[in-house]
Design a protein around this ligand. Structure first.
Ligand SMILES: Cc1ncc(COP(=O)(O)O)c(C=O)c1O
Length: 361
């Protein structure tokens, strides 16, 4: 018997966007901006930072393993019972717990091909059979996904909005799809970009779908700027949560992550500034890309994906931008080699990206 299962040997680990320090070091540049990982350009929620600072002195203590305070606050905010809430080290932490909790040996998974890499890595690491359904016009093809459901299907994963496309499925599409999904199949609705999409009339806020087999995942990483702290949450039926709580790493999320999440939820000012700057930035980038006749996918998240004629062209542009100190994300690892994703930055960062792009073009 081999020590390492073949599906782990074959696995490509998650490769995040390049860190600023690495680019500074490698290219000898001082002023580098990163528009590559859909982070919050305003930084972290100041209220969360204060709370972290105040709690640091208790770092020798284990956190509350039940995450009571934050789960209670989330339950009140979203009008559910505390028994319907789970916390994790980022929403990916919860995704990982879901895989470990519910998958049996013959179970199968369904998701869109070339969607969020984080899920792809976890899905392959599970060693289960996965049906990857190609996207249609850069959107989840729910009709085709419904056709892939078999007696073995256990989990269907949908990122809404999707990363890296920024597209979304509508209420009507989800309702139609849901009518084809047997109750024994779990649907993970990954709403990491929920706050950005929330205002849209036809966006299916999954809190209105408190079905027994739907797990909603949300994150403090994007709208609250806490990606480095690793704090996310999920909502589901009591029974699913109860089992997730048995399997999750005991003291996840950390003490600092729990207090940060608690404080961030009260940081309305930071949240509105985030949404405002994102809105403005998205409008500006879209308008400028249109003027430059750069093809792109309309996005409702905090990033926008551009389409180029070939992989070589996308590679050259990514490199050219990097040499000018602008880090963007070519999407080869996602399965879109001729696509480049740009996270919405501060006004001056968006400007710098557009000016650099113009110079290169
Ligand atoms: C669709 C999607 N889900 C989940 C995550 C990860 O969120 P977290 O930082 O909460 O683990 C990301 C991050 O890029 C994402 O794009």
């Amino acid at each position: 018997m081999p020590l390492v299962p073949s599906y782990i040997k074959k696995l490509n680990s998650y490769k995040p966007g390049k860190p600023i320090e690495e680019v500074q070091r490698e290219l000898g540049l001082d002023n580098v901006i990163k528009l590559a990982s859909n982070e919050n350009p305003l930084g972290a929620s100041p209220r969360a930072l204060d709370a972290i600072q105040n709690a640091m002195v208790d770092s020798h203590r284990y956190p509350d393993a039940s995450g009571y305070e934050l789960r209670k606050k989330l339950s009140e905010r979203f009008n559910v019972k505390i028994d319907n809430v789970v916390l994790g080290a980022g929403s990916e932490g919860i995704m990982s717990t879901i895989m470990r909790t519910f998958l049996l040996s013959d179970d199968e998974l369904i998701s869109a091909k070339n969607s969020f890499i984080g899920f792809r890595v976890l899905a392959y690491a599970s060693g289960k059979r996965i049906h990857w359904v190609p996207m249609k016009k850069h959107r989840y093809d729910l009709e085709a996904m419904a056709k892939e459901i078999t007696d073995y299907t256990k989990i269907i994963y949908i990122a809404n909005p999707d990363n890296p496309m920024g597209t979304y499925i509508t209420k009507k599409e989800f309702d139609e799809f849901y009518s084809y999904v047997p109750e024994r199949v779990l649907i993970i609705l990954d709403e990491a970009y929920f706050e950005f999409a929330h205002g849209l009339e036809d966006y299916p806020d999954s809190m209105t779908y408190r079905y027994d087999n739907v797990i909603t995942l949300r994150s403090f990483s994007k709208a609250y700027g806490l990606g480095g702290i690793r704090i996310g949450y999920g909502f589901a039926h009591d029974d699913l949560i109860d089992n997730l709580l048995k399997v999750k790493v005991p003291f996840e999320p950390s003490l600092l992550a729990q207090v940060a999440g608690l404080a961030a939820l009260d940081d309305n000012d930071f949240l509105s500034r985030t949404l405002e700057i994102n809105n403005k930035g998205m409008n500006y980038l879209t308008q400028e890309l249109e003027l430059l006749k750069v093809k792109h996918v309309p996005s409702i998240a905090n990033f926008i994906t551009t389409i180029w004629d070939s992989e070589a062209r996308a590679t050259d542009l990514t490199k050219g931008l990097l040499e000018k100190g602008v880090i963007v994300r070519q999407l080869a690892a996602f399965g879109w080699p001729n696509y480049i994703r740009i996270s919405v930055g501060l006004e001056k960062e968006n400007d710098r990206f557009i000016e650099s792009l113009k110079e290169i073009l």
